[in-house]
Write a protein of this length. Structure first.
Length: 715
């Protein structure tokens, strides 16, 4: 108790120095105050009360002796006094002291006693890695307690094996004892008369005892939560979990061979009875137990020993840990560290590949459709690489081995292209780009020829697709300039392009063929990848929206063309009917024909209506607006092509992240603007009504009032 008081006074003096008070008087005032009672003194942890022999026993276990090694000719340290420890154990087990060679009297001791640090003799032997002392202590059946966990924590493999063998031996002895008892009971049960009332009472008593031993879920949880707080490890820490935390391969292998495994915790949103009670009783311990379990599951050694597909297991754990980091924000940093560990583990496995063949096997492996051993295919599906991209495993995808294989596939068919001069690369790319129409036609006619094989190469295919798309953008640019080469060469005035419902020109027909090809390509991609994976890519959504806009433009242009032609036919039929009626009556119809041509209904219909007189919802106007939006989206698709550039690609990623930050900041700006708008509206609402009432009273000054309102409230 005096040591505890001294420690308390020392800490109190440190606190007094920090706040600048008198040390002696303050501590005296504190100890004499009502708050410092005997109950406070009782709460101070007492050191274990040991007898003199128990202290000697623990010192004998911990004793360090210096010994000269004759082979190494140097000093080495040997731990433990085996003779003294054996005497204490023998006396405590019941051996008379007279039978032992003892110089001084020894009394029986508690062989499971603890030193002031809370260590037992077995824990001390494990800490000093004294295997002989551990064998001696186990031979006298000392209480193992948390010795197995302590040995795993110290990563003492030999001690772990000894303790497991000792536990197996104890379980076997208990099992043999139960078997002997059951055999004795089965031999005697035949003699007992079951009709005897005593037998019925005994059987009822056994059933009642079994029912009392069956605790419900709440009682079990209370029992687990109310364990002694002096434990070094929480109840959820099992030997295999602790070994996984230490990432010790040998110990994990020993435990897994014995059938031990880490149980995957329940989902964070699980509402089963166990999770509800654990959350209600101690939510912190429940969260920590989940973290401990996932820390063990994400151990590289545990994944390597327990998983048939370690890379896939690392991918799944990485995604699950990222999800947990978003849900449990309090432990976000720990979950993100574990997710990073899983990502580094999968990349480290990829780094173990020693040849291109091994790398191809790993990147093409599909866990859902594993390959047959007899299958030999030359086509690379890269299923595992696509899965890594979908799971956003950046370190796996950006690993040097993976990138080297992708580069070899990308430039396949062009040996030495990457090592050529930049000028030669530009010339080859330009040459292939100019020849892409001829190469495309040759591929359609002879797909299995040498030219067809060249066209299947990824780099050549990319060049042809890029040049084709650039040509498509040029066609869009020509249409946006409203250039009609046929009419320019024929000398027709430019105003003829501004007719309602115009027929498509040759450039627009070419664009329609391009759009049909784009739609077919998107349908094929949707069929191959599936709806979920297709919608996961934002660029696919952009392509889908763009194609829908082009289809809407074509439909509206057809509707406008049909509508205007129908109006022209109706106007001609009306003109013919009027002319026929006048001819039959024999009256000159020049004046009536002039009235027909100047009729407002005839002016607002047909091809030759001025654009400013068109209806606001005219299909031609709507189609032009939709076509303009489609042109914008088509031009933005170039950003996707520029991703392959080592300089523009990172800038695109930075731009995307910057846009996200700008959107977050715009929320605050809109909030501030809305607050000021509400305040200004509260100040000026009366003046707007006043001006409106003045305008309503002065009917003759409507135009003047409108100008005044515009001048005052549009600034």
């Amino acid at each position: 108790m005096s040591r505890a008081i001294q420690r308390l006074m020392k800490d109190y003096r440190k606190a007094e120095k920090l706040i600048g008070r008198s040390t002696n008087e303050s501590f005296a005032d504190f100890t004499n105050s009502a708050s410092f009672t005997t109950q406070t003194m009782a709460q101070i942890r007492r050191d274990p009360e040991l007898t003199q022999d128990e202290k000697k026993y623990l010192v004998a276990v911990e004793l360090i002796k210096k010994k000269i090694d004759p082979l190494m000719r140097c000093f080495c340290f040997v731990g433990g006094d085996m003779a003294t420890t054996r005497r204490y154990l023998a006396i405590s087990s019941g051996t008379p002291a007279a039978l032992l060679d003892v110089d001084m009297p020894m009394t029986p001791i508690n062989i499971n006693c603890l030193d002031p640090l809370g260590r037992s003799a077995l824990s001390i032997a494990i800490e000093y890695e004294n295997i002989e002392m551990i064998e001696l202590l186990l031979s006298y059946n000392v209480d193992t307690g948390e010795a197995l966990l302590h040995a795993i924590d110290e990563e003492f493999v030999e001690a772990v094996e000894l303790l497991l063998q000792h536990e197996d031996l104890k379980q076997q002895q208990q099992k043999n004892h139960i078997n002997v008892y059951n055999n004795r009971y089965s031999n005697n049960i035949g003699i007992i008369d079951k009709s005897n009332p005593l037998f019925t009472l005994a059987q009822d008593a056994l059933e009642k005892e079994k029912k009392e031993q069956q605790y419900d879920i709440t009682q079990k949880v209370h029992e687990q939560l109310n364990l002694s707080t002096s434990r070094l490890y929480t109840p959820d820490i099992t030997p295999v979990i602790l070994a996984a935390h230490r990432d010790n391969y040998e110990i994990l292998k020993i435990l897994l061979e014995r059938g031990e495994k880490v149980t995957e915790p329940h989902d964070v949103r699980c509402d089963c009875a166990n999770c509800i009670v654990y959350n209600k009783e101690d939510s912190l311990r429940h969260s920590r137990s989940r973290i401990n379990a996932y820390k063990a599951l994400s151990s590289p050694c545990y994944i390597s020993l327990s998983s048939r597909d370690p890379i896939m297991t690392a991918f799944d754990l990485n995604r699950e840990l990222k999800r947990l980091s978003r849900i449990e924000n309090e432990f976000k940093q720990e979950y993100e560290q574990l997710a990073q560990q899983c990502q580094e583990y999968s990349a480290a496995l990829l780094a173990e590949t020693r040849s291109s063949k091994e790398l191809e096997i790993i990147l093409n492996y599909d866990s859902e459709n594993p390959p047959v051993l007899s299958e030999t295919t030359e086509k690379m599906h890269l299923s595992r690489l696509k899965l890594a991209i979908r799971y956003k495993q950046k370190k796996f995808v950006s690993h040097a081995h993976c990138q080297q294989l992708l580069a070899s596939l990308w430039y396949e068919g062009l040996p030495g292209f990457r090592r050529r001069h930049s000028v030669i690369k530009i010339l080859i790319t330009t040459f292939v780009g100019f020849l892409f129409p001829l190469l495309s036609i040759a591929y359609l006619l002879m797909p299995r020829s040498s030219i067809g094989r060249i066209m299947r190469q990824p780099f050549i295919k990319f060049i042809c697709h890029s040049v084709s798309y650039i040509f498509f953008l040029i066609l869009l640019f020509v249409v946006s300039l409203r250039i009609d080469f046929a009419k320019v060469l024929s000398g027709i005035e430019e105003e003829s392009n501004e007719r309602r419902g115009p027929p498509p020109n040759p450039v627009e027909i070419a664009i329609m063929f391009y759009v049909a090809g784009f739609i077919w390509a998107e349908i094929k991609q949707l069929y191959q990848e599936g709806l979920h994976q297709y919608m996961a890519d934002t660029w696919n959504l952009l392509d889908w929206v763009t194609n829908c806009l082009y289809v809407a433009t074509i439909v509206l242009r057809v509707m406008a063309y049909v509508k205007v032609n129908q109006e022209e036919r109706d106007l001609q039929n009306k003109s013919i009917s009027v002319n026929g009626s006048h001819n039959s009556s024999g009256v000159h119809h020049t004046h009536d024909h002039h009235n027909l041509t100047t009729d407002p209904a005839s002016i607002s219909t047909g091809h030759n209506v001025r654009r400013r007189d068109w209806n606001a919802w005219d299909p031609t106007l709507i189609s032009e607006g939709i076509f303009a939006a489609a042109n914008i989206f088509s031009s933005l698709k170039l950003v996707y092509i520029f991703t392959i550039n080592p300089h523009l690609g990172p800038l695109q990623i930075s731009l995307g992240r910057m846009v996200h930050d700008i959107l977050k900041f715009s929320v605050l700006i809109l909030l501030v603007a809305f607050a000021f708008a509400c305040g200004l509206n509260q100040l000026f609402w009366y003046y707007a009504r006043m001006k409106k009432s003045e305008c309503e009273q002065d009917v003759g000054f409507d135009e003047y009032c409108a100008k005044e309102i515009h001048k005052h409230f549009s600034k």
